[in-house]
Design a protein around this ligand. Structure first.
Ligand code: IMP
Length: 441
């Protein structure tokens, strides 16, 4: 069967902990979108591994697949694999031949365009990894695919077509001097070599066939979503979004198995008990003004600083309309709620239960970000819960969670319409309380 893990909010919901927990029960862990804009930390036998591209299951002797919906920076991939090998591991990572390659000019253009957009406040606060420009070329049918790196002739043809355009864009439109990243010969030499390494290490696969044969053989496959529903290019707060589909439908298009395969499995929404945001754009439940001190406290306690960029994250109360939107867009069969320990010991705990907009009450997000930005949250207050020994709570299980936190969790589950499969009460692997294993549903 399959289990798809999806971020319900704006990314950084703590998906890694659940991928880590349930990936252990899977035979294959596959990513279906995004690239090295993601970041997750895996702790294995007391050692910490920070990864942005290698699927975390690959550390636990599982096959890790980067599906066709991913954009792959092979340099990041190799440096992560090399580092893991230096630390004594032997990760088995396969990359879809249909996945697109983040080229050096994509990263440069990401920075240039963000800078240009910042004059009109349209910059998305990207991670600068070249994600948007790569997906742009994919849709524009001028991208370089992983399979192209294995065929020097095709690669040369593609580069000769695309690089002069990119150079003209950088120089003539944005007025920026270009360097080696826009030089056909230099890029060709470097990427032919990358292709050789991919071939030598037998890393490339036809992802759909590869994953389909595992599914047919009755293996358990975990689809690991990166980012989150509200930064999905279609269902998120456009234009402050990433350029892929983190939502569950992406698990089918981004790997090559059918939507029925994904739909027959479980789709688990990962929720952080409050809201955090690393990019720009509106945020109706953001803690600002008089609440800034509280935001600072939650940020520090929750370690809310970007994994990839180190940027401090913006903090807000849980946005329930955002979760209702995510539940519909993904079809959640279950939820995992993280970080309830971070809210412990506060004087007040609130959630944005609905929005007020132009005299109306809205229960889900409006479709335009401009209208979303004008929404006033209708806050609902919950009795706070005390600070407790969370390791002891984790050892004892759900019933040991303070009663008021249980009330909060039950409210959330009811509003979203899905049962809770797990509750995160701390950052360690052992601090996730499992109520149900989706592979056993
Ligand atoms: P990009 O994915 O680098 O193009 O960035 C586009 C938007 O998505 C920006 O607002 C980023 O901050 C956000 N973003 C990208 N990856 C992540 C992530 O893994 N967690 C949270 N936000 C992300």
């Amino acid at each position: 069967m399959t289990v798809t893990i999806v971020g319900s909010q704006l990314g950084d919901e703590g998906k890694g902990a659940l991928v880590d927990l349930w990936g252990g029960d899977a035979d294959v862990v596959a990513r279906y979108q995004g690239g090295d804009n993601a970041g997750h930390t895996v702790v294995q036998d007391g050692d910490e591994y920070k990864l942005s591209l290698v699927p975390s299951g690959a550390i636990r002797d599982k096959v890790g697949v980067l599906g066709n919906g991913c954009v792959v920076n092979p340099k990041t991939l190799f440096s992560e694999i090399d580092e893991l090998r230096e630390r004594g591991l032997d990760p088995d990572v396969r990359v879809a031949r249909r996945a697109h390659v983040i080229m050096p000019y994509h990263r440069v253009l990401d920075g240039i365009e963000e800078e240009a957009k910042s004059d009109s406040d349209l910059d998305a606060g990207t991670t600068g990894r070249g994600i948007g420009p790569t997906y742009e070329d994919k849709a524009g049918r001028r991208g370089i695919r992983v399979g192209d790196l294995l065929d020097p002739e095709v690669l040369r043809d593609r580069l000769e077509y695309v690089i002069p355009q990119k150079r003209a864009l950088a120089e003539d439109v944005f007025g920026v001097d270009t360097g080696e990243a826009f030089d056909v010969d230099a890029v060709y030499e470097e990427y032919v070599e990358i292709g050789e390494r991919l071939r030598e290490e037998s890393m490339t696969v036809n992802a759909g066939e590869f994953l389909g044969s595992h599914v047919d053989a009755g293996d358990d496959v975990l689809f690991e979503g990166a980012q989150g529903t509200s930064i999905d290019i279609d269902h998120g707060i456009y234009p402050y979004v990433t350029s892929s589909n983190p939502t569950a439908g992406g698990a089918a298009t981004g790997t090559g198995v059918g939507p029925t395969v994904v739909g027959r499995g479980e789709v688990v929404g990962i929720v952080k008990a409050y809201l955090s945001r690393v990019g720009t754009g509106p945020l109706p439940t953001e803690l600002t003004g008089d609440d800034e001190e509280l935001a600072d406290y939650i940020r520090e306690k929750g370690g809310e600083f970007g994994t990839v960029t180190g940027r401090p994250r913006r903090i807000g109360w849980l946005d329930v309309p955002m979760l209702r939107h995510a539940a519909r867009a993904n079809g959640f069969t279950g939820l995992a709620v993280n970080h309830i320990d971070v809210l412990a010991g506060l004087d007040e705990v609130k959630v944005g239960h609905s929005y007020g907009l132009d005299g109306e009450e809205l229960l889900t997000m409006p479709a335009t970000t401009e209208r979303w930005g004008r929404c006033e949250p209708n806050l609902r207050e919950f009795e706070p819960w005390p600070e407790v020994d969370w390791s002891a709570v984790a050892a004892e299980g759900y019933d040991a969670i303070p009663e008021n936190a249980q009330t909060y969790l039950e409210y959330l589950s009811e509003e979203v319409g899905a049962p809770i499969y797990a509750v995160g009460v701390g950052p360690d692997r052992a601090q996730t309380i499992e109520l149900a294993n989706p592979f056993e549903q």
